[in-house]
Design a protein around this ligand. Structure first.
Ligand code: NAP
Length: 245
C-alpha cells in the first residue's frame, strides 16, 4: 500500500496503545500523544519503530487547542499527510450527581468532548485538501445507555456521538468518513479501579460474560481506517460483548 499516516491521541497506555500497535502493524506511520507518562510513551515509540514504520510521540493535553494543533502539524509536517485521526484520549471522574464537583464535570467534558473537537478542528482543513480522511472517535456504551455515577462521562461520550454524526454530514462530500466506537468494559487502568463486586455485576450484564481487551477495540479501528470501510460514516459501533443492544 502507499504510505499512510495516522494520529492517535492518549496512547501511552490502554486502548490508545493497542490502537497504535494495530495501525503500525498495518503499515501506518504514527504520531501519538499522551499527557504525562514519558517512560511508557518512550517504550511505545521504540516498539512501534521496531515494527518498521515511522513514529513520533508528543506530550500534550488534547483539551488545549494549541497542543492539538501542534500534534496534527507534527504529523502533516513530518509525514506530509494525515490520513487517519483517532480521538482516543479520555478520563473518568466518577461520582453521583449529589457529590460531583463542578471541576470534575468540567475536566471530563473538556478532555473527552472538547479534546475530540480540538484535534478534529485541526485535521479537517488538511483532510479537506487531501479529499481523503478517516476520523474515528472513541465514545463509550455509557454515552448510549447512561450509567449511575458517570453523568459527566456519559454526557461527554454522548456528546462525542452527536459530534461524530454532525461532522460526518459536513465532510462526507470530501471523501472523509467520521465514525465512533463505543467500547463496553475493557480491561485497562481505567477499569482496574473497579472493585470485585462492581466487576461481577457488570459481567452479569454482558452476554459474552467477560470484559473486552484493548485489542478488541483496536481491531475495529483497523477496519474503520481501511479502504474496506469506505462506505461507512456517521456510525457508532459497539464493542461491548453484547452489553448494550
Ligand atoms: P487509560 O488506560 O486511562 O489511558 C488513557 C490514556 O489517555 C493515557 O495514555 C493518558 O496519558 C491519555 N490521556 C489522558 N488525558 C489526556 C489528555 N488530556 N491529553 C492527552 N492524553 C491524555 O484509558 P483507556 O481505558 O485506555 O481509555 C481510552 C479511551 O477509551 C477513553 O476515551 C475512554 O473513555 C474510552 N473507553 C474506555 C473503556 C474502558 O472500559 N477502558 C470503555 C469505554 C470507553 P498518560 O498515560 O500520559 O496519563
Amino acid at each position: 500500500m502507499n504510505e499512510k499516516n495516522a494520529v492517535v491521541t492518549g496512547a501511552s497506555r490502554g486502548i490508545g496503545k493497542s490502537i497504535v500497535l494495530k495501525l503500525a502493524k498495518l503499515g501506518y506511520n504514527i504520531v501519538f500523544n499522551y499527557r504525562s507518562n514519558d517512560e511508557k510513551a518512550k517504550e511505545l515509540l521504540e516498539e512501534v519503530k521496531s515494527l518498521g514504520v515511522k513514529c513520533e510521540a508528543i506530550k500534550g493535553d488534547v483539551s488545549v487547542m494549541d497542543d492539538a494543533k501542534e500534534l496534527i502539524l507534527l504529523c502533516k509536517e513530518t509525514f506530509g499527510a494525515v490520513d487517519v485521526l483517532v480521538n482516543n484520549a479520555g478520563i473518568t471522574k466518577d461520582n453521583l450527581i449529589m457529590r460531583m464537583k463542578e471541576e470534575d464535570f468540567d475536566s471530563v467534558i473538556s478532555i473527552n468532548l472538547k479534546g475530540t473537537f480540538n484535534a478534529t478542528k485541526q485535521v479537517i482543513p488538511i483532510m479537506m485538501k487531501q479529499r481523503y480522511g478517516k476520523i474515528i472517535n472513541i465514545s463509550s456504551v455509557v454515552g448510549i445507555a447512561g450509567n449511575a455515577g458517570q453523568a459527566n462521562y456519559s454526557a461527554s461520550k454522548a456528546g462525542v456521538i452527536g459530534f461524530t454524526k454532525s461532522i460526518a454530514r459536513e465532510v462526507g462530500s470530501r471523501g472523509i468518513t467520521v465514525n465512533a466506537i463505543a467500547p463496553g468494559f475493557i480491561e485497562t487502568d481505567m477499569t482496574k479501579v473497579l472493585n470485585e463486586k462492581i466487576k461481577e455485576n457488570v459481567i452479569n450484564q454482558i452476554p459474552l460474560k467477560k470484559f473486552g481487551s484493548s485489542e478488541d477495540v483496536a481491531n475495529v479501528v483497523g477496519f474503520l481506517a481501511s479502504e474496506e470501510a469506505n462506505y461507512i460514516t456517521g456510525q457508532t459501533i459497539n464493542v461491548d460483548g453484547g452489553m448494550v443492544m
